[in-house]
Design a protein around this ligand. Sequence first.
Ligand code: NI
Length: 270
Amino acid sequence: MTENLKLSLTDTHAHLYLKEFSEDRAEVIGNAMAAGVDSFYLPNIDSTSIQDMLELEAAYPDRCHAMMGLHPCSVQANYEEELDLVKEWLAKRPFCAIGEIGIDLFWDKSTLAIQVDAFKRQIGWAKELGLPIIIHSRESTGLILDVLKDEKDERLRGILHCYTGTISQAETAWSLGFYLGIGGVVTFKNAGLDKIVEALPLDWMVLETDSPYLAPVPHRGKRNESAFVRLVAEKVSQVKSIDIQQVAEITTLNAKNIFEKKTLAYTTLS
Ligand code: NI
């Protein structure tokens, strides 16, 4: 129905540099652009993903934007070394954000203390550099909000990627300077995210895929790709009974607001 409408959508969270795309990466990006997705924000994972991420950014310098950070699931015994590398990169060149960082209690609860330590240290660097943070939370929304309350100042801002909390948690997040990342989960039956999206202002939201994970219906369970941001936008427009054009305009503007202030790298991070 809206197939031919020209939109300008933004995928604020896509791991397009991963091996899942090594056979057809250019085609995946071409398909996304044909679907109206013209900007891609690439969250880092850990030391093993940096090179591939930066190569992708170099291939599409106007469209792909790299972040730097250590993913909570990669916070393991060697996390000090991993953080040193993040810090080294932050001093070397500009990035659009620090991410993805946060707390994940689904995969491993035993690393909670070091996850919180890594999260807080990276928040500190984001403040020093004037960068937004892109937060991964799984079974930890309350804990994340507690950390953000402690860390709150005028420099703190970013996105709660793949938002799955409650309406009241969303209100708290917004008051702390955070947008809600809305992805394929909004199309899942019984996930409840559609109710959250319906109840809250579009001004609080950005769209994302988390490619190659969390593909929206009707691709659920298969590889996700950035073209499917359009399916997320369609679902949001249905749920909120507004035009998809308006969904695209507002969420892309929100993404620009978050990411546009690029700061030069410092060499003096604490
Ligand atoms: Ni991610």
